[in-house]
Structures are given as C-alpha cells and as structure tokens.
Ligand binder design. Structure first.
Ligand code: NAD
Length: 498
C-alpha cells in the first residue's frame, strides 16, 4: 500500500478505507502480528477500516529506523527543518476538506467541527515553522567582560507520542512540529479508535520533504505503549489521554529514565455569578459542554451557580433543549461511551438530582452511537456526576451561595485542567482567576484554550510531568538546553597575517 485512497464521498455517507498500516522508515509496513481490531465510523456503528495491534517488535523496528534517520536530521540547520512545516501547512490547507472529512468519518464529529480541529492543527504546524524566529534560536549574553554564555536547544534523539481518540489530527500536531523542528525523530502511537488521520499526516509530511524515518507510526493499544515506555533508545514521551492511563504511562516511562509529559482528563468548572452577561454566558456555557459532544478535555461539565442566576440558567436550559443530535452534534465514539454517559445521568437522578434536559435514548440517526444533551440540577459533590469525567454532553449544575464557596468547590476537585468565570466585574474575575486550581482559566470564555505561543496543559491530576505540550514549552520539552561559556583572546604574537 503506498497511499491512502482518495475518496469521492465528501459527505457523511459511509466510506470504507484501507486497513491501517504502520509507517516505518517512510513506508507502509505490515505489522509482525496478525491481530487487528475494527475501526468504526461512530455515525453508523460500522467498521470503516481495521487497525493492527502491533507489538514490541514493531516498536523496535520503528525506533531503529528513527535512530538511523535522526543522525542526519540533527545536522540539518533548524531553519531548514522548519521549512517542512511551512510546506506541511500549505499541503494541509490544500487538503483541508479531505482531512476534515477523514476526521468526521473516523471520529464522528460534524464536518464543521472536524474542519475547525484541522485548522487548529495547521496553526500548530505554523508555530513549528516559525520556531527559528520565535524562540527556538536560543540565546547569548556577555555575562562578564569577554565571557559569552550561549544556550542552544539540542535534540533528544528518538522521542514518542501517544494520542487519544478525540482529535485525530490536531493532537498529534501538538507534538510533531516542536519535536521534529527541534531535531528529533518521532514515533507516534495514535488511538486505535482513530488511526487514519495520522496516516494522512505521514503522507503529507513525506510530500513536504521530511526525510524517511523522522516520522513513524506504530498502531496498536497498551502493548505498543508499554514497549515505547520501556524502549531504552526513546528519550522522551508525550501522552494525551485519560488520567488513569496518563498516570500509568508517566510512571512506566519515568522508571526507565525518560522525560515524560502526560496530559490527562478533566472536570472543568464554570463559575456563574448574578452579574454575568446573560447572552454571552449562555452561548459560551452551552457551547462548552456540548461541543465535540462533550468529548474534549476542555469541555466545562460543571456549572457552579452562585446565588440568584435563574435569568441565565433558564436560557441555558432552553438553548440546550434546541440542540439536535445529528445536526448540531455528532455521535459519541462507541457503544460503551453512550452507556457510560446515560448511566451517569440515571445515577445522579436516583441520588436526587433533577434532570432538566434528558438526552437519554435520543438518537441522531438510525444507526450509530448517540448520546443526547442532558442538564442536571442540584448535583452535589457526593454524586459521580460531579466527581468523574463523564466525557459526554452532560452539564451538572451545583448550587452554592457565595463566590468563595464556588472557588472552594472547584479547588476540592482532584482534576485541574481548566476553569471559567462568567461575570461583568473585573474584580470578581480577578478574584476567581487567581484562586482556582486550574492550569487554563477563562473569563467569559467556556473553552479557554491557550493558543500559541502559550502552552497547553492543566494542573493537578490533569497533568503528570513538567511544562506544557504546545507552544514554546513544548519545544523545551522535546529538546535539552546546552550551555556554552566562551572566552576568546586575541594572541598578540599572532603572525599568520604576515
Ligand atoms: P485513553 O486514555 O483511553 O487512551 C489514550 C491513549 O492511551 C490511546 O492511544 C490508547 O491506545 C492508550 N491506552 C489506553 N489504555 C491504555 C493502557 N491501559 N495502557 C497503555 N496505554 C493505553 O483516552 P481516550 O479515551 O482515547 O481519550 C479521552 C481522554 O483523553 C479523556 O480523559 C480526555 O480528557 C483526555 N484528553 C486530554 C487532553 C488534555 O490535553 N489534557 C486532550 C484530549 C483528551
């Protein structure tokens, strides 16, 4: 297999793809195992491809190819390495529609959402392309008379990334530009639920002029992840996924001395106070908990209602009721996700929460995995609906009397990815911003994603390791600083001029 097939159906129609293959040394490779699992189009609940469950041998092949290629790549000046990402950006723009439909087919997102996620991926490529001029060049200072200290960013060697199902193209691009422009060779283990997007990226990177072996893909599940964590040649691993797995991966990779940065799950709180702008708040709150069908780590799934905020809550509920599955929202990733989401709603109801909007049993089409929008009121910290990441379009409203109670509630949650406050008061906003236990904070914004050059990453149980994955922090993670201190004195008896 040399290329993914171009497909004619740029629509929601069911399309079949070729079986996923590993990408090693610039070629599609059959894995050494025969085990495969189906890749489903969640809109149809039907297999559109299959993905191999590779093993440690496949990881070793990829690492060896990467190691060979990296020896030459590290000698290429950074400005030239960055050119690949200029060209990748242009190629992704050329193929934007195709990439977006690919994401729609394997992940289920509506086309517009998929397109936005690819555009965000392009922004990441653009940041990588600009690295030589935007912070990647290092620094130099005359630290005392005649003594110059210079810091340059050296590659680590072979590095790896492990990614989740919810953004098949964007999340790999949180890592690739910084790691590859930094001079490393990369081995990616995409989610086995969405293996195709990164395969298309492999083709585009090759077309963009990336030498063979600098980007490799090994498909599979836990066996591949474990082999990456244990492989002695790999120097650093970036992981994005659930907290349970992030913790395991962090510990396993760190045990063999690797630099690890593992982003985990979230339970983001939005604090709503009575002076909030109703229109702005309603739009942002509903978009935050329903976008990506609630399957994103930036979804705010808890609304902390401070005092009398019925004038905002009423329209939130009204707007939530208008959201149609299949039209505004895509399906969830699989049957287990649908069951989990409905179970949390039922359990909260049994524990005393009021179901203001009930998405249970809703379907967006005759087939596929659908979970409708639900809004729960009177949720308390004893309920699973507050404690756990539901990862579906469910909003849990918790009532409190004061702003400090709201902050204390947010602080008591073990996760710390993001938090937001809705208010027209700068003083209230500042009070909240400085006190919430979250790495990414929004003011009148429901999805406070820090865009480049700022780094993406939460706190507490939402992240294991130092720094952030995107932006300049990402570049620092994938490289190591070398400090060179120099003193040159002209010898007075130099005679080579004459
Ligand atoms: P997941 O943790 O199930 O899987 C992530 C990756 O880990 C996949 O590649 C998977 O194959 C692998 N994996 C799964 N189980 C494993 C195991 N036992 N051992 C080793 N590897 C294993 O996550 P998911 O369901 O694909 O994605 C959803 C999760 O990702 C949510 O919790 C979401 O919040 C999180 N996420 C976080 C961020 C962030 O930036 N913090 C961004 C996107 C998604």
């Amino acid at each position: 297999m040399s290329k993914l097939p171009a497909f004619s159906a740029r629509s929601y129609d069911f399309v079949e793809y070729v079986p996923a293959r590993n990408w090693i040394g610039g070629q599609w490779r059959e894995p050494t195992t025969k085990k495969t699992v189906p890749v489903e189009n969640p809109r149809f609940g039907k297999a559109l491809s299959s993905v191999p469950l590779s093993g440690a041998e496949d990881v070793d092949l990829a690492v060896k190819a990467a190691e060979r290629a990296q020896k030459g790549w590290r000698e290429v000046p950074m400005r030239e390495r960055a050119q690949v990402f200029y060209r990748l950006k242009a190629l992704m723009e050329r193929d934007l529609e195709e990439l977006a439909w690919l994401v729609t087919h394997e992940n289920g997102k509506p086309y517009e959402d998929a397109r936005a996620s690819v555009e965000k991926g392009i922004e990441c490529a653009e940041f990588g392309a600009a690295l030589p001029n935007g912070g990647g060049a290092g620094q130099q200072l005359e630290v005392s008379r005649g003594v110059v200290c210079r810091e340059i960013h050296e590659p680590l060697g072979v590095v790896a990334g492990i990614t989740p199902f919810n953004f098949p193209i964007m999340v790999p691009l949180w890592m690739l530009p910084q790691a590859i422009v930094g001079g490393n060779a990369f081995v990616l283990k995409p989610s086995e639920q969405v293996p195709l997007g990164s395969m298309k990226l492999a083709e585009l990177l090759k077309e963009a002029g990336l030498p063979d072996g600098i980007f490799n893909i090994v498909h599979g599940a836990a066996d591949v992840v474990n082999a990456l964590c244990d492989h002695p040649t790999i120097r650093a691993i970036g992981f994005v996924g659930s907290t349970k797995v992030a913790k395991l991966v962090y510990a396993r990779g760190a045990a063999s001395g690797k630099s690890m940065l593992c982003l985990g799950g979230a339970k983001n709180h939005m604090i709503l106070v009575p002076d909030a702008d109703p229109k702005l708040s309603v739009e942002n709150i509903v978009a935050s908990f329903t976008g990506a069908t609630g399957q994103r780590c930036m979804a705010a799934s808890v609304l902390v209602a401070v005092g009398a905020v019925e004038h905002v809550l009423g329209p939130v509920v009204e707007r939530a009721r208008q959201i149609e599955l299949g039209k505004h929202l895509g399906p969830v990733i699989n049957a287990a996700a649908r069951e989990r989401i409905e179970r949390y709603v039922t359990e909260a109801e049994k524990a005393g929460a009021k179901v203001l909007v009930d998405g249970r049993g809703q379907r967006g089409g005759p087939e596929g995995y659908w979970a409708g929008v639900s809004v729960l009121d009177g949720v308390t910290p004893e309920m699973g609906a507050w404690q756990d990441e539901i990862f579906g379009p469910v909003l849990s409203i918790v009532r409190v009397k004061t702003l400090d109670e709201a902050i204390a509630l947010e602080n008591s949650h073990p996760y710390g990815n993001a938090a937001s406050v809705f208010t027209t008061s700068g003083a209230v906003a500042e009070h909240v911003v400085r006190r919430v236990e979250a790495g990414m904070v929004g003011v009148n914004i429901g999805v406070p994603v820090p865009r480049e050059p700022f780094g993406f990453g939460g706190w507490n149980q939402s992240k294991f390791g130092q720094g952030n994955l995107t932006g300049l922090d990402g570049f620092r993670f994938w490289t190591r600083p070398r400090k060179i201190t120099m003193k040159w004195e002209l010898q007075t008896d130099t005679t080579w001029m004459g």
